[in-house]
Design a protein around this ligand. Structure first.
Ligand code: 5AD
Ligand code: SF4
Length: 438
């Protein structure tokens, strides 16, 4: 029996994908467990995107540290973005962390563990890399969902949006070789997976030699016509017509695009260093709708960024109405040490005002989401079944191509995770479609 590894993951899908890479790197010496109670090594894969995310991790860390006092031999590691951002600060006595390892240094963990076991003190590895993509490591996926998988296709980001810490925690952009991506997707298909989401901070700038993102998408879609293909995240400055053509030409590339806008005014976009205008963004949306009339669009929005005026806030609301987003992730601006905004602007919108603006944005998005979902009522949609929803009284749960969650009642028919079924939508809320099996 090998000792046990517990990984607790925070933040974006990229981190969840990385946790499976960590499990693979450590597989020769640890079995992964899904409870920290029996663990010999606890890794917290952390997020630095907002202060709130970091505070959550630090609170939880205190619990683990308390556990360590009672359990000799338990090791605790902080990996991911907070490790990279805070470095040896995390190794200070009060925290009692044994390992601090940044996103590009995961291969060093076994050596660090050897040192630790030989009594060599605490382990720190935080150098960022220009090459590391972990392309040769087959992620060891946690067993619970065998239908849908995330596949990381690139790492890092060098857009340097003024508010964002990611270029500092995840380093320069680099793409994984196309063959290793396609091989992984083929293997997933063979294992029974029916959906893959290609992941990167800015997938539209994927480039490996001569190969760009549209070509990669076409190759992945060709693995099997029954495999659903998705991707995230897109940057509006790089989303090309060529990609839209490829999407339109492949029925199994899902018509769902996550296109973070962040703000609706040119002045704000400029201060954020987003490198596009409102007009450019709206033209991209128009192109998307031309190629993919049935598309669903989602976005990210920040409320209360440095210097945001009421008029600029109103422009964000008007852009949301103009696009009519299906869904959105909406955040209050959080000042992050090291970013351009932290160094050159003032975080001057009072907390209460940020909250008011965010609430207005959320209320509007709820209306827009409901309106989008109502268009599906009466239609029959194809659902890839993921399982049975425990929370929802044993209804089946799955998604349609537009990535909307669909719930339906069980019938006589045998339905298994990974099946495609037709569901007639009878009702909806702002977040789900409800229907019956046809
Ligand atoms: N404060 C608030 N939200 C942020 N995001 C990125 N940085 C910050 C920040 N400092 C949001 C952006 C991004 C999403 C992943 O998180 O909207 O698209
Ligand atoms: Fe992911 Fe960004 Fe959080 Fe890092 S900071 S874990 S890249 S969301």
């Amino acid at each position: 029996m090998k000792p046990k590894l517990y990984i607790e993951t925070y933040g974006c899908q990229m981190n969840f994908a990385d946790s499976d890479v960590l499990a693979a790197i450590l597989a020769p010496r640890y079995d992964r467990t899904d409870t920290y109670k029996s663990a010999d090594l606890i890794l917290m894969n952390t997020c630095s995107i907002r202060d709130h995310a970091e505070q959550k991790v630090l609170n939880r860390l205190r619990e683990f540290v308390a556990l360590k006092k009672r359990r000799a031999g338990l090791h605790i590691g902080i990996v991911g973005c907070m490790a990279e951002r805070m470095k040896d600060e995390l190794l200070e006595e009060a925290l009692r962390v044994d390992l601090v390892v940044g996103p590009d240094a995961y291969r060093q963990i076994p050596d660090l563990l050897d040192q630790l076991e030989a009594g060599g003190g605490k382990g720190l590895a935080v150098a960022l890399s220009e090459e590391e993509t972990y392309h040769d490591i087959i992620p060891l996926r946690a067993a619970e969902n065998k239908v849908s998988a995330f596949v990381s296709i690139m790492r890092g980001c060098q857009n340097f949006c003024a508010y964002c810490v990611v270029p500092y925690t995840r380093g320069a952009e680099r793409s994984r070789p196309m063959d290793s991506i396609v091989d992984e997707v083929r293997r997933l298909w063979d294992e029974g997976y029916r959906e893959v989401t290609l992941l990167g901070q800015n997938v539209n700038s994927y480039r490996f030699g001569e190969i760009g993102f549209p070509r990669l998408m076409a190759e992945v879609a060709a693995v099997n016509p029954q495999l659903r293909v998705r991707f995230a995240t897109s940057h509006p400055k790089d989303l090309s017509d060529e990609l839209l053509e490829v999407m339109a030409a492949h029925a199994n590339i899902c018509p769902a695009i996550h296109l973070p806008v962040q703000a609706g005014s040119d002045s704000m976009l400029k201060r954020m260093n987003r490198k596009y205008t409102r007009q450019h963004y709206l033209q991209r949306v128009a192109a998307i709708r031309r190629y993919l009339p049935d598309v669903s669009l989602s976005t990210d929005i920040i409320a209360g960024f440095c210097g945001e005026t009421e008029a600029e806030h109103q422009e964000t609301l008007s852009l949301m109405r103009e696009v009519g987003y299906d869904s959105a992730f909406m955040f209050k601006y959080s000042d992050r040490p090291g970013t351009f905004a932290h160094r050159h602007y003032t975080d001057d919108i009072p907390e209460a005002e940020k909250t008011r603006r965010l609430n207005e944005i959320i209320a509007l998005q709820t209306e827009l989401s409901l309106a989008c979902n109502q268009k599906y009522v009466g239609r029959t949609v194809e659902v890839l079944v993921e399982g049975v929803s425990e929370k929802r009284g044993h209804q089946y749960i799955g998604r349609n191509p537009q990535n909307k969650v669909v719930l339906f009642e069980p019938t006589e028919a045998v339905v298994r995770p990974g099946d495609y079924v037709q569901v007639r939508v009878t009702r909806c809320s702002a977040v789900t479609l409800l229907g019956e099996l046809v």
